[in-house]
Design a protein around this ligand. Sequence first.
Ligand code: F6R
Length: 612
Amino acid sequence: MCGVVGYIGSKSAAPVLIDGLRRLEYRGYDSAGIAVLSEGRILSRKETGRLANLEKVLTDAPLQGTRGIGHTRWATHGAPSQVNSHPHFSSDEAVAVVHNGIIENYAELRDELTGKGHHFLSETDTEVIPHLIEQELKEGAASPLAAVLHALKRLRGAYAVGILFRDEPDAVYCARLGSPLIIGLGDGENFIASDVPAIINRISSVIYLNDGEIARVRQDRVEICTLEGATVEPDPQAVSFHSEDAECAGFETFMLKEIHEQPRILRALLGQYISADGSIDIGPGLKPDYFRKLNRIMIVACGTAYHAGMYGKLLMENLTGIAVETDLASEFRYRDPKIDPGTLVIPVSQSGETADTLASIRMAKDWGCRVLAICNVEGSSMVRESDAVLFTNCGPEIGVASTKAYTAQQMIFALLALYITGIRNDLTPEQIKGYLSELHEVPDAVHYVIQNKETIRKIAEKHHDGPSSLYMGRKFNYPTALEGALKNKEISYQHAEGYAAGEMKHGPIALINESLPVICICTKTSDEVYEKMLSNIKEVEARNGRIIAVATEGDIEIRKLTQDVLYVPEVRDEFTPIVNVVALQLMAYYAARARGTDIDKPRNLAKSVTVE
Ligand code: F6R
């Protein structure tokens, strides 16, 4: 979704802003713009499409000045166009604003301001903000800060804003309510940004602005207050990752890099959550006694994180005596889920800023539930609003299609399930030790799959060209089928559908013909699921389906039924989804490459979905 950056220092602002916007590109956008304070005026440049278009405009008409704000826009109100691009200005061009979020009462504010003589140029909700600030100044606000405070109090909805005043050149303002925003502290220069990776190469520490706070960012200091005007002491924190973590590191895309990072991340999570004595340590947030008495868990998430939640449900129900449900956050928040305070709510999110998941947390808290987040981003809204957090610690995930965050979320669920099992004596310590020992085999198995990427590439290239594909799995690997299909459609734009294999006969079997690739997740299991999957595969074969299997290394028999096989190493049934999905990530990756799409920034998608 929209990205915000701001700079105040002694360097030329435009290149700094462009660099920040480039690092925010992964969030998704369709136009971009910057405004720079230049010799007593605020000048802007805006362009639709990729950032390169804006850079070209800047080459032809450069902007001089050492403070400025910038924006990548993901269109909500009004089509992607130059006039709808941010920054937006007040009528007198003394105030410029960039904004991420949605102002819900913009129509009524716009009518009111139009009645007072303001003239609007764009179709955006954002444009009311500079006009409101201008109006507050006209009506006698004592200072730019007072005008911002008054104006923001009139807004309903969500915002992260960066504001530049023509007549206060030694400050850049910013504020947030419901949309992410951070302040980066550099050496004789300061920054604002939607997230840390945008400015990681330039800062030494970061201030996570809270909802309802406004900051006046100067070159050498930051002053923060609440919407009510109460002073807030800034709390700078060290950044826990390095600037190289937000670079491509020689890989052709961020997604490929992130796929390759998975074995290391999974190993590190095992090291982090398993103590030297072999016990699982999930931190002090929720006490063991809480888990002993727990009888219901509700997992809420969106997209890929929802698929991780489905895996978490299957695993926790399998290993513990607790009833577990998983729901899409966007559905959960509008249904009537009958949650009591005894239910543990587990939101799962890479970004920690997904609007629907955040709303679900707030509802859960209103009902008196405890909230245990699984999240990747320190300082994110979800982290701050939950009672306890299990960090996935993947470092920044830049590729829009989530990969390393997914397998890390799965690993956290495996550890959490075993932790709860231990506390409630659902399994003996010896049994848990056995599970953990087999969980330690997973990073190497994932590594093996990645090593085999050339084979996967050839198979993907053979099957990438049709209009559609079908993914089938059962039990623990039903979520894997959904996630494999999601990866494929996101980045290769091929329609793909994930299905529970047992449901085939209830509809999708009608689709089978010789040209539809059917990707069957059929790794060996210790129960009857493998045999059931084989029967489903035979049903496809009988209808001349084009079958590609994900199968266990050494399973020769399956070759007879299938056109192609993606072999993966054998791991315990419960952990196969962490390994199998990596084969599907690579399959989607190489299909997308063959189809020539923009893999890291697929069309229409945003990395961090901060609006409903
Ligand atoms: C898919 C993908 C999305 C996200 C979803 C939730 O590859 O990345 O489906 O999983 O938008 O985002 P987070 O995890 O940030 O809450």
